[in-house]
Write a protein that binds this ligand. Sequence first.
Ligand SMILES: [Zn+2]
Length: 257
Amino acid sequence: MDTEKIRGRLTGCQKLLIGLGEEWKWKRGDAAQEARLREAYEKLYDLVKDKDYFIITMATDALIFDTKLGSENETAVTEEIHMEEVSCPAADEQTQAMMDRLFPVKEKPKDKRVQRIVAPCGNETWKQCSAGCTKDIWEPDEIPSGICPHCGAPLTGNTIEAHPYIEEGYLPQWSRYTQWLTGTFNKDLVILELGVGFANPGVIRFPFEKTAFFNQCSFFLRVNQTFPQTTEELKDRAQGVHQNSVDWIIKSDYNVE
Ligand SMILES: [Zn+2]
C-alpha cells in the first residue's frame, strides 16, 4: 500500500488502537526530550481526538497524563449502539419522531480521555511498598517520609522495576482496555504501533500482531527506528515504517516510504 492509501486508512478509521513503546520513554529531567515528547503527544491528540481509540503505553514516566490525552474533563468519542434498523416505507416527519422516541440511538457510557490510556508497566510517580507488604498504592507526595506506614520499608515507584510489582495500579484500566478491544472485533480497526521493541514484547508487540491477525478488517502499521519488520502472516494488511516513531508523529505526514 502506498502512503496515500495508508494515510486515508489511518485518518479515516472507526477505531484506533495505539501502542507506545521504548521510543516514548522519558528520562525524567531531560528538558529537551520532554519538549519533544510533549509535541508528539499533542500531535497524537490531534490524530485521535475524534476517534474511538485506546492507548497502551510502556512508558512509566506518567508524562502522557499531563497532556490533553490525560484529560479528566474531556470525554472520548464513544461508539453509538444502534437499535435494530426498522424499515419504515412512509417515514413522514411525525412517524420519524415517533420512531426516534421508540428506538432511540443508545450510547455507551462516556469515558474521560484519561480512561483511554493504560500503562501496564506502571507509573513511577505513584509509590508502593518496596517489600510489597501491602497492595496499597500512594499518590505523589501522599507520604512525604517515603517510608511504608505498614512495615517501615522504603517506598518505591509503582512500576515493573519493583519486586514485587503491585499490579493493582493499572488493572482497572487494563480491564477497560480488554473490554474496548473486544468491541473492535471485525470492525475497521487500525493498529498503530509506535516505537515498540523487544524489551517487553508480551505487553504490546506480540499481542498487537495477534489482534491484527484475528481481525481480518484491521490494518497494522508498525513504526520503529530499529525493528520495523512485520510478520509474514499479515501480508498486505501490515506495513512497517523504518523511522523513529516520535519524529514520525511530530511530522504528522504519515509517510511510509
Ligand atoms: Zn510495607
